[in-house]
Design a binder for this molecule. Structure first.
Ligand code: ADP
Ligand code: MG
Length: 316
């Protein structure tokens, strides 16, 4: 199968109609209508075989994840996803592989009525780049730079599952709950929308809580104090890992794609209620303080030496 037949296959399998796509796949470029009084929000992420997913990952999972990581970035901005482009570099024109890739991609795209509007198809080592486009009302984007001293710090869902899944991948069935969190992350789009106008800062947790919350602190010129015993854990993580290892996974494990955000105490209660109602509860994990960097304490208020609980081990 040649390049153009592959493009036709991708277009047909990922087809989602949107009225704001004036020209989609098939011309030299897409023509898209941004709603009045809104701003375009754009993000791009690349997945390279053997780097961002284990070689041998099911193609449908790769399709899902390549879109999920991008949707997660839009979620962190409080944006409504609308369109995506897809740069696919394939070692060969394996039709079955592309079909299954599209199935994973389209499953998630249809959940958000997201249209694939263009891309590029080339031959080379397996690599997938998705660019995602969404919009926010003028000035309403959630930024990393808005945290203020006194804000509470929250995180959606649970932490550490994907990193735990990475350790067991290959040793357990593909439908293992922790492995699923790695291969089929759930972008918190609805939660990002709930945060607009209420959270002061937000980031998605892709590199690990410590690393990503530190980006909020640096961008906002503040520090954070985290209670390690308050970090949300799934029942699967709790039953598979003892305390110190679990803490390390929760603090430093990547690929969770949860949202970490800060908000003033005055909005916290209602916001948590609305998030729980949106389908993914959030947990308060700490607060923003003056200074720089992140301090980790336990429920007794004792400072936790993060290196001792395995942090360095996960720095890689
Ligand atoms: P050009 O040579 O003008 O750049 P291409 O032949 O690369 O055009 O692509 C033809 C059309 O197919 C364009 O609309 C392009 O956006 C789309 N396209 C190519 N590859 C992909 C892909 N992997 N996914 C979605 N659309 C694609
Ligand atoms: Mg052209």
């Amino acid at each position: 199968m040649g390049e153009f037949a592959l493009i036709d296959l991708i277009r047909d399998r990922c087809a989602i109609a949107r009225e704001d796509v004036r020209v989609g796949i098939g011309d030299d470029a897409a023509v898209l209508a941004v709603p009045p009084n809104h701003q375009l929000v754009v993000s791009m992420d690349t997945l390279v075989a053997g780097v961002h997913f284990p070689i041998g990952t099911a193609p449908a999972d790769i399709g899902w994840k390549s879109l999920a990581v991008n949707l997660s970035d839009l979620a962190a901005m409080g944006a409504t996803p609308a369109w995506a482009t897809l740069a696919l570099t394939l070692p060969d024109a394996d039709v079955r592989w592309v079909e299954r890739f599209c199935d994973g991609f389209a499953a998630l795209a249809s959940e958000f009525k997201l249209a694939l509007v263009g891309g590029d198809t080339t031959r080379g080592p397996l690599s997938i780049t998705v660019t995602i486009h969404g919009f926010v009302a003028e000035g309403a984007a959630l930024l990393r730079s808005g945290a203020r001293v006194g804000d509470f710090v929250f995180v959606t869902g649970t932490l550490g599952d994907a990193a735990a899944g990475l350790r067991r991948v290959g040793d357990v069935p593909d439908d293992d709950a922790l492995v699923r969190r790695l291969s089929r992350p759930t972008p918190r789009v609805a939660q990002g929308l709930e945060l607009r106008g209420r959270a002061r800062s937000c980031i998605d947790v892709s590199d690990g809580l410590m690393a990503d919350l530190d980006h909020i602190c640096a961008a906002s010129g503040v520090a954070a104090e985290i209670d390690v015993d308050s970090l949300p854990a799934s029942s699967e993580l709790l039953s598979a890992f003892a305390r110190d290892e679990r803490r390390a996974l929760q603090l430093a494990g990547g690929d969770d794609y949860e949202l970490c955000f800060t908000a003033p105490e005055s909005v916290a209660l209602l916001l948590l209620n609305d998030l729980a109602r949106s389908g993914c509860a959030a947990t308060r994990i700490g607060r923003i303080v003056a200074g720089a960097g992140i301090r980790v304490i336990d429920a007794d208020g004792m400072v936790v030496n993060v290196a001792a609980s395995g942090w360095d081990h996960f720095r890689a």
